[in-house]
Design a binder for this molecule. Structure first.
Ligand SMILES: Nc1ncnc2c1ncn2[C@@H]1O[C@H](COP(=O)(O)OP(=O)(O)OP(=O)(O)O)[C@@H](O)[C@H]1O
Length: 276
């Protein structure tokens, strides 16, 4: 059945779905019995839309992102990325990923790590060099392109990972707490940059976070999940439009949505999340 398209503040209405999850469930067999990590997940992310997943530890946020990225298989249900099976989308490199661990190649410099997706896309050398310089500047590492990952702080490594995810201007970005290890000022700066880049490139983003303010600042919609078993319990549309600048953080509309997400989360009985 055709679903109603969510409204987006800035990119105009698209009829294309970046992600469609239908009846998705994931069960992990363990020595102690089966762990139902996800059940009955229905999620659509429109092309160009920014969606955050938030919820207490263990509610299945990372598992859902890993299924979208085809890093694991769903036990039930179906996932499609731009209308393709997740596996096809992975082979076609339809998305960029930035996860909690930077996952950089230690034998490659910052510049060569950022360039990796461009090499896979067979971009000409001159184009690669220009794009790498632009991205390194963007994440504040313009002076560090010749360094190796072990010469960088954890936060700097994470910024390289973000630049790498953006390198090939993918139509979809999958991000699992990419700013979690950064200091607050860098984090807020990169949040602003990410919304600008997503708007400029028209990329859809699925973003896992533990931070309510971060989710609200970044997103068109905040998807609230609850554990045991992991499922979607609420979806908060922010309606904050495309311009996400610092003044937004002090606006009444922003505070209202932060409160709405907090209340939706409390409805998921946060105190039970650690009973596993
Ligand atoms: N490979 C695995 N084998 C067994 N159980 C797993 C595996 N991966 C995840 N789980 C379980 O699935 C559930 C969801 O885990 P997941 O990491 O997706 O949660 P999360 O919401 O991302 O948590 P956090 O916020 O702490 O990162 C948890 O109960 C976890 O213990």
């Amino acid at each position: 059945m055709a679903q109603e398209l969510p409204q987006r503040g800035g990119h105009g209405v698209s009829t294309e779905w970046a992600v469609q999850a239908t009846g998705v469930g994931k069960v992990f067999p363990t020595a102690a019995g089966e762990v139902v990590a996800l059940t009955g997940v229905e999620l659509e992310v429109r092309a160009g839309e920014f969606v955050s997943l938030i919820g207490p530890s263990g509610c299945g946020k990372s598992t859902l992102l890993r299924l979208i990225a085809d890093l694991d298989d769903a036990t039930t249900g179906e996932l499609s990325i731009f209308g393709k099976p997740a596996r096809r989308a992975r082979i076609d490199q339809d998305y960029g990923i930035a996860f909690q661990q930077a996952g950089l190649l230690p034998w490659r410099t910052v510049a060569d790590n950022i360039a990796l997706p461009l090499e896979l896309h067979k971009a000409p050398k001159a184009q690669r060099t220009a794009r790498v310089a632009e991205l390194a500047e963007l994440v504040g590492l313009g002076d560090f392109t010749d360094r190796y990952p072990d010469q960088l702080s954890g936060g700097m490594q994470q910024r390289v990972a973000i630049a790498r995810a953006l390198a090939a201007s993918p139509r979809l970005l999958l991000m699992d707490e990419p700013f979690g290890a950064l200091d607050e000022m860098t984090r807020e700066y990169l949040q602003g940059e990410l919304t600008r880049i997503a708007a400029e490139t028209g990329a859809a983003v699925v973003f896992v976070t533990h931070s309510i303010p971060e989710a609200v600042f970044l997103s068109d919609r905040v998807v609230v999940m609850s554990p045991r078993p992991g499922r979607i319990t609420a979806v908060v549309e922010t309606g904050l439009g495309e311009v996400r600048d610092e003044s937004l953080r002090e606006s009444a509309a922003y505070f209202e949505k932060v409160t709405a997400v907090r209340e939706a989360l409390h409805g998921t009985k946060v105190e039970r999340a650690n009973e596993r």
